[in-house]
Ligand binder design. Structure first.
Ligand SMILES: [Zn+2]
Length: 270
């Protein structure tokens, strides 16, 4: 599933091919995504692309006539292609560009979304109640400490809650808590402010590293007709149950927390 680093990598990959160019037409071949794709997308004809941003796992493409809000769901991807390359199965939406290239939205499982709004995207119902960006200064130890008070739920569930902080997916939550040396199942209310600081630092480190690794796959998002090359970080604990911890050789444990597989080292994490 595309996580925040893949979305950021997609953004950086496609932005140079889109910025300041015009969308000459929009072709929707499959409107049944997570929400139906509105015909109002055709209003984008002849509108200039002004900016691209990411908010949580949403890509925001600002045009003269409104914003596209794109979510890649479980299996979505965006590619810039030469129009001579035939559309693949599951290329559901094609934006033809004034440069002669095309931007294609591909999504075999169709859990993604391509929405259009003429309003302020930060006020859109999908975005309005999102917590701070993990790599921003608003996500800091005092924010996490405040958010964790009187919460009995597991710390892992707390950091995966998009109202507290966005973009910490299941893999990154396990990895960040390993780096912070904190057990994923402990009650959030037990965290000290120092531990909150360690968790915040670890989340930023894990995500920043994933984004910087994504940089090496940028070329896969442009001028390519292959699948985008989602990257695999070196993982310390995720998916490594029964294998020795890379630091202390204790066997990594797996546990279900909040219905998601969770991995930790029982010796490195207290
Ligand atoms: Zn260990």
């Amino acid at each position: 599933m595309p996580e925040l680093p893949e979305v950021e990598t997609t953004l950086r990959g496609i932005a140079p091919q889109l910025l300041t160019h015009q969308i000459s037409s929009v072709d929707i071949s499959q409107p049944q995504l997570r929400w139906p794709v509105s015909k109002s997308l055709t209003q984008l004809k002849n509108s200039k692309i002004l900016s691209l941003h990411r908010r949580a796992k949403y890509l925001l493409i600002e045009t003269e006539h409104g914003h596209l809000i794109i979510h890649l769901g479980m299996s979505g991807s965006l590619r810039i292609n030469d129009p001579k390359i035939p559309r693949k199965k599951h290329d559901h939406i094609e934006f033809r560009l004034s440069t002669g290239k095309v931007l294609r939205y591909h999504d075999p499982r169709r859990f993604g979304a391509v929405l259009f709004t003429t309003g302020e995207p930060s006020q859109h119902k999908l975005l309005i109640s999102l917590g701070p960006e993990p790599l921003s200064e608003d996500f800091n130890a005092s924010h996490l400490f405040k958010a964790s008070r009187n919460r009995k739920r597991a710390v892992k569930n707390l950091i995966m809650d998009g109202h507290i902080v966005v973009g910490v997916g299941n893999i990154y939550a396990s990895e960040a808590l390993f780096l912070a040396g904190i057990r994923p199942g402990i009650a959030a209310s037990r965290l000290t402010s120092r531990q909150c600081n360690e968790i915040v630092d670890a989340i930023k480190k894990v995500l920043a590293e994933a984004i910087s690794m994504g940089g090496t796959t940028l070329r896969d998002f442009v001028n390519s007709d292959g699948e985008p090359g989602y990257f695999q970080q070196t993982l310390n604990v995720y998916g490594r149950q029964h294998e020795p911890c890379l630091y202390c050789t204790t066997r990594i444990k797996q546990k279900v927390i909040g219905q998601r597989s969770t991995f930790y080292c029982p010796s490195c994490q207290k």
